[in-house]
Write a protein that binds this ligand. Structure first.
Ligand code: FUB
Length: 341
């Protein structure tokens, strides 16, 4: 038994070294990887970064125009690029900037959720449908009613209900919705004082058709260990963008980027709506300004998909990586250090 344990351990360590923290796609730039296991296969839905001469203000240099879908039979296996799955020109309502997407499967159909600026320069969320997990996806004619800001992430609970988490401040415009309607004249990055409750991500349940919200978006309340909401000045812990939710041991893990402090962190709640209590850091700052991730469980092992800028050295030209993620028996995530290979 001891020998069996030792050989399994050695195998796991070797496998980790082979793929962990290496760019897994290098022929194009990719970022914001949303990974899923559909029918036993791993699919990655990332942003497709491209070179641009747009200025680095408000995220304008993230000027993406299409999405590619990638697949792998297993972690460490060959990564296949399935080509363009959705093109900006085929999204009737969208004008520019196809930012971080996500995907979901239901009843044999696949749904690609994505943010883009509309013709008025306002970020909205769209959805496109396909019979295949790799597309082509056909976009709905209009953006999802009541959607706004960026970084849609769809979590499907064990009871079959689906929820979209979304939102991002600064270039993601969440602060321009602070009063409930879009304020085109609001130019500040932060609209609340350091000692005020921070803006936070949003949640909306999806209808069973997966194409519409079944409710108005609500705040995802984030609390500290004393049960107090996180404040704007608490930049190490307050929500910035990049929400991703998973369920483990009957708890809901709300994970997100802190943006200006460049961390992926997590908070735990008892149901999809929260509130969620801040717990700690998932991923320390990577090379590059942005950080954005997803977490999946394959055959009992957790993996973190993330990006950095190792291949280009430029903040808007990123590459996707994978690392094993360890969660203790009591549910504590062991922080990943992206610079330890
Ligand atoms: O890829 C564009 C934006 O950068 C994403 O929407 C954010 O999450 C950040 O990674």
């Amino acid at each position: 038994l001891t020998l069996l344990f030792l050989s399994n351990f050695t195998f796991a360590q070797k496998l980790d070294k082979k793929y962990a923290h290496q760019p897994i796609i290098s022929h194009i730039y990719t970022a914001d990887p949303s990974a899923h296991v559909f029918n036993g296969k791993i699919y990655i839905y990332p942003s497709h970064d491209i070179a641009t001469d747009k200025p680095n203000t408000n995220g304008d240099h993230f000027d993406m125009r299409d999405y590619h879908v990638f697949s792998m039979d297993s972690i460490g296996g060959k990564v296949i690029d399935h080509g363009v799955a959705l093109d900006l020109k085929d999204v009737p309502w969208a004008d520019r900037q196809l930012w971080a997407p996500d995907a979901a499967a239901k009843n044999g159909k696949y749904y690609l959720y994505f943010p883009a600026k509309d013709k008025n320069g306002i970020f909205r969320m769209g959805v496109a449908v396909s019979k295949s997990p790799v597309g082509l996806f056909k976009a709905q004619p209009n953006f999802i009613k009541d959607s706004f800001s960026i970084d849609p992430s769809v979590f499907q609970d064990d009871d079959g209900e689906s929820y979209m988490y979304f939102g991002g401040i600064w270039g993601g415009q969440l602060q321009q919705w602070a009063t409930g309607t879009f304020d085109k004249n609001e130019t500040r990055k932060e609209v609340r004082a350091a000692n005020e409750v921070a803006l936070t991500g949003k949640i909306a349940k999806l209808k069973s058709n997966m194409l519409e919200f079944s409710e108005k978006p609500k705040d995802v309340v984030l609390l500290d260990s004393f049960g107090k909401p996180l404040l704007t000045g608490d930049q190490d812990r307050r929500f910035f963008e990049g929400a991703w939710v998973f369920k483990h041991q009957n708890k809901y893990y709300f994970t997100y980027s802190t943006g200006s402090t460049h961390k992926i962190v997590y908070a735990i709640g008892d149901n999809p709506y929260g509130p969620f209590t801040y717990k700690g850091v998932v991923l320390n700052p990577v090379q590059g300004w942005t950080t954005h991730h997803s977490i999946i469980n394959i055959k009992g092992n957790f993996y973190l998909f993330y990006h950095d800028t190792e291949l280009s050295g430029k903040s808007h030209l990123r590459n996707v990586k994978i690392a094993p993620l360890h969660i203790s028996e009591s549910g504590v995530i062991q922080t990943v250090n992206p610079f330890i290979k």
